[in-house]
Design a protein around this ligand. Structure first.
Ligand code: 4NP
Length: 160
């Protein structure tokens, strides 16, 4: 069997957006019986929240949709850019930070924005929801879910 496809989601704090995307993609992959074919993780460009569990509001919206979030916040490392096949940034600032981390040395990973995969995206950035209320997190969930469905369709077309 071939190596699993590995996907790393990256945001600023690794407590709101990227753990939600990690949980949603993992859920979609498991629903389709493709768990063995994917490795999915998340990380942050900043280190303020290292070691913390996902933000309670991300946990709550995920749970409302039958998805359990896990993991602890960690900072993205240069090695991640060689390990993962696909690194998906939530906004352009995250992407710039990843490009800086790659430092022109040709990372193995393909670097993308999540909005690259969102068929309904009207803005390149998935906005930082940290100062939003729960309704902002529900909007975040819908955006992330839509983009992850389309990402998975590209990585594992239904006929695969
Ligand atoms: P995230 O959200 O990048 O989606 O995890 C944030 C979490 C914390 C902060 C900013 C964004 N912060 O400034 O502490």
């Amino acid at each position: 069997m071939s190596e699993p496809t590995s996907v790393l989601f990256v945001c600023l704090g690794n407590i709101c957006r990227s753990p939600l995307a990690e949980g949603v993609l993992r859920h979609l992959v498991q629903e389709r019986g493709l768990g063995d074919r994917f490795e999915i993780d998340s990380a942050g460009t900043g280190d303020w929240h290292m070691g913390q569990p996902p933000d309670e509001r991300s946990v709550q919206v995920a749970s409302a949709h039958g998805i359990t979030l896990g993991g602890r916040a960690r900072r993205v490392r240069r090695e991640d850019l060689d390990h993962f096949d696909l690194v998906v940034a939530m906004d352009r600032e995250n992407l710039r930070d990843l490009q800086r981390l790659a430092d022109g040395s040709g990372p193995r990973a393909r670097l993308h924005l999540l909005s690259d995969f969102d068929p309904e995206a009207d803005h390149p950035d998935v906005p930082d929801p940290y100062y939003e209320d729960l309704s902002g997190f529900e909007t975040l969930y819908r955006t992330v879910h839509r983009a992850c469905e389309s990402l998975l369709e590209q990585l594992a077309p239904p006929s695969d």
